[in-house]
Design a protein. Structure first.
Length: 180
């Protein structure tokens, strides 16, 4: 396993562990802090996993210049009548990257119908409420459980279509391998 792949797995395990700690805590402020950490790290683990896959495959899977730009968050420019990738950053939505990978590797981008998709999108909305707050946000355990499960199911889906095997830790669901 590559070092970065281990890092991706560690992030997912950390998010599950923070959820476990939150569930075993009685202090409301501590619970919310652990849920914040679990949420942020779970989505980070998904993005890291997607980025790892992109790094492995985008050069070999016949991606168009526009697809490479989206996947690598680079602006596309027209120079001398030819589209090329610039070094300028252009943010891409994580969900767009996932849909593109689904289309490229499975021939089907209709992942919005997967059971986990709406929970994943809700988790991303929760992240935005935490990262760009306009009011107090108190998270609840059930939302974070759904988000982490959706992250696991999404990574497992990606593993199945790309590597033709399941995510090794998928069967553990919300149980963390960590004990800190």
């Amino acid at each position: 396993m590559k070092e970065f792949d281990q890092y991706c797995d560690d992030l997912l395990e950390q998010s599950k562990r923070f959820l476990e700690i939150a569930k075993n805590n009685s202090d409301e402020k501590a619970i919310n802090a652990y849920l914040n950490a679990a949420l942020l790290i779970s989505i980070s683990s998904l993005e890291a996993s997607v980025n790892s896959l992109i790094e492995d495959f985008y050069k070999s899977k016949n991606f168009t210049v526009f697809e490479i730009g989206l996947l690598n968050e680079k602006e596309i420019v027209l120079k001398n009548g030819i589209f090329s990738i610039s070094n300028r950053f252009k943010m891409s939505r994580l969900t767009d990257k996932i849909e593109l990978l689904a289309q490229k590797f499975s021939g089907n981008s209709k992942i919005k119908h997967k059971n986990w998709w709406s929970s994943l999108c809700t988790g991303i909305l929760l992240i935005n409420e935490i990262a760009h707050p306009k009011k107090n946000k108190i998270l609840n355990i059930e939302d974070i459980e759904r988000t982490i499960l959706s992250v696991i199911q999404c990574i497992d889906f990606i593993f199945r279509i790309v590597y033709k095997k399941s995510l090794p830790s998928a069967q553990m669901e919300l149980q963390s391998k960590m004990n800190f």
